[in-house]
Write a protein that binds this ligand. Structure first.
Ligand SMILES: Nc1ncnc2c1ncn2[C@@H]1O[C@H](COP(=O)(O)OP(=O)(O)OP(=O)(O)O)[C@@H](O)[C@H]1O
Ligand SMILES: [Mg+2]
Length: 275
């Protein structure tokens, strides 16, 4: 991450309060965040002249269940440009997480190509894929995927054990990120001792540890109350304004308003694309 983000102290009025115990929210509650000025319609008009950073070309994905092949993604074509903030919407079970797993190299397509920063995943070795993923892609999972026996701090540091940027004090950076997400006083807690919203914030800090160019977030506010969720979205907005490309899955149209562009995944294809 560029240093500006960490230098940007979260003011006490903005900072999420880990003590409220009201982190969880119902799925049906729609966020009512005050959109930052840069996100309000009319002033969004970002000029996306950057290079494509994510290219999904004729991608198909099916799962084998018993002796049946179940198609999930039929023919996905999607280009995400450098510096873009894209929201992916679509009904439950439509394949949004499946698509994000493919973009984040957690799974391979049955057919088709995924190109990240000009590199075709199919042509990279496992080692090259691991390095590209470790340094360039931050992933916030729908179900957090924290390691239960590690503390919050160790969970945030974990990706750096495999891949780290040279000259970075990863322990210091992990602490700064935990402070940034409002968990300075929960660093030594294990996931079982954290609420859902706090776990989500640890997962976000972990995604940012290697200063990735691309942030993939699967329902990042799904377990947060409105106030904390708005904080996270404002953080994403700042990260995006600093040049990161963000792809975020959400079921909430209010949250999708933060994005430059919204696409809909339905019936195995990208059905529509609107500003
Ligand atoms: N490993 C797997 N094996 C078999 N089927 C799977 C697997 N993972 C996902 N699926 C199926 O793929 C479909 C799409 O799942 P996915 O998790 O991508 O949906 P989604 O759009 O993210 O839904 P939600 O909004 O509920 O998170 C579902 O029908 C699911 O049952
Ligand atoms: Mg999902």
């Amino acid at each position: 991450m560029k240093s500006s983000m960490l230098d940007n102290e979260v003011s006490s009025s903005e900072a999420p309060n880990p003590e409220t115990g009201t982190d969880e929210t119902s799925d049906t509650e729609s966020f009512k965040c005050e959109l930052p000025r840069s996100r309000q319609s009319g002033s969004k008009g970002k000029n996306l002249t950057g290079a494509p950073v994510i290219e999904v070309i004729n991608v198909k994905k099916s799962y084998i269940l018993g002796d049946m092949e179940v198609p999930i993604l039929n023919d996905i074509n999607l280009t995400v440009y450098e510096g873009e903030f894209l929201a992916i919407m679509g009904p439950s079970g439509s394949g949004k997480s499946t698509l994000m797993n493919l973009i984040g190299f957690l799974d391979r397509p049955t057919e088709g190509k995924i190109i990240i920063k000009g590199l075709d995943i199919n042509e990279l070795s496992d080692k090259e894929v691991a390095r590209l993923r470790g340094l360039e892609i931050g992933f916030v999972f729908q179900t957090f995927n924290l390691i239960p026996r590690l503390t919050a701090l160790e969970n945030v540091e974990l990706p750096t054990y495999a891949n780290a940027r040279e000259g970075v004090d990863t322990r210091k950076r992990a602490k700064e990120l935990l402070n940034l997400v409002g968990l300075g006083d929960r660093m030594h807690h294990k996931p079982g001792e954290l609420s859902g919203g706090q776990s989500q914030r640890v997962a976000i800090a972990r995604a940012l540890i290697n200063d990735p160019a691309i942030l993939l977030a699967d329902e990042p506010t799904g377990n947060l109350d409105s106030r904390t969720g708005c904080e996270i979205l404002n953080m994403f907005t700042r990260l995006n304004e600093e040049g990161r490309t963000i792809v975020m899955i959400t079921h909430d149209p209010e949250i999708a308003k933060y994005a430059d562009r919204v696409v809909l995944v339905k019936d195995g294809i990208v059905q529509s694309s609107k500003e």
